[in-house]
Design a protein around this ligand. Sequence first.
Ligand code: PBG
Length: 326
Amino acid sequence: MNPPVRRPRRLRTNPAIRRLVAQTRPQPAQLLLPVFVADGLAEPKPIGSLPGVVQHSLDSVRAEAVRAVEAGLGGLVLFGVPDDADKDPAGSCGYAEDGILNRALAAVRAEVGDDLVIVADTCLDEFTDHGHCGVLTPGGSVDNDATVELYVRQAIAQAEAGAHFVSPSGMMDGQVAAIRAGLDAAGHLETGILAYAAKYASAFYGPFREAVGSSLVGDRRAYQQDPANRREGVLEAALDEAEGADIVMVKPAGYYLDVLADVAAAVDVPVAAYQVSGEYAMIAAAAERGWIDRRTALVESTTAIVRAGADIVLTYAALELAGWLR
Ligand code: PBG
């Protein structure tokens, strides 16, 4: 055998060389940590299907925000978990000024100011008694335009509570343009929109539904995207960019790296990707059984998401990753 002329292994020889030539370097500053804040909790409460993740109290979320600053994270994405008794068909505790999410946003903003980017989930599914992301028509489908009006109210309330970004995740048509117009009319010119642009109807949201105590019966396939559709991800992202999204997001992340790469090539705004609850839970569960290594699996999956084109990654492991990536 003639010796090979090119020996790619040369650049894999030792850790110092591998470090030098790494083409993707995820950083804590590009990570967003999703956090759940539940009404009426005195102590943080573990979420069974998301090992290591809790529902926070108003006090414990402040402490978590401080840890996020110390870890150098990019920011937090806040989700509210109301009392079941406060849920109604219109999700009104989602836009009430004293709703749990708005109180949590204010508490976190008071704690960390501008040291973290504070993102609010702008959606009604946590707050409706039927569990859908908006209000229903008499026939039982989600009423797009009536829902968008409520998202506008919710976004304004979130901006007033202290969110730097609102983050519409309900996949209603026209939601980004309406929220932008509503925020501007209310004087919130600086509040940004991180749009869940390409959001697929995914089985991997399962643990999240436990985390927020969702009452959903049925599914979201009449508004979230069909996993079969790749080009539609680019269409949705382009629409959101044109409607004024400051950042567009692809969700889930790991099984949608093709969509993520397409979107990153198609838009001029930063692109985020959400490693969702089920993606995290599968790694956590397999690692608990000793079937895979937690650290290398989490670092590898995050690296893959950044490699595919994400500028920003939402991950439940953000704090842990920050320690490993430094
Ligand atoms: C909707 C929302 C969901 C998630 C984030 N925002 C649930 C859904 O669309 O059904 C899922 C996130 C995850 O699974 O980690 N407000």
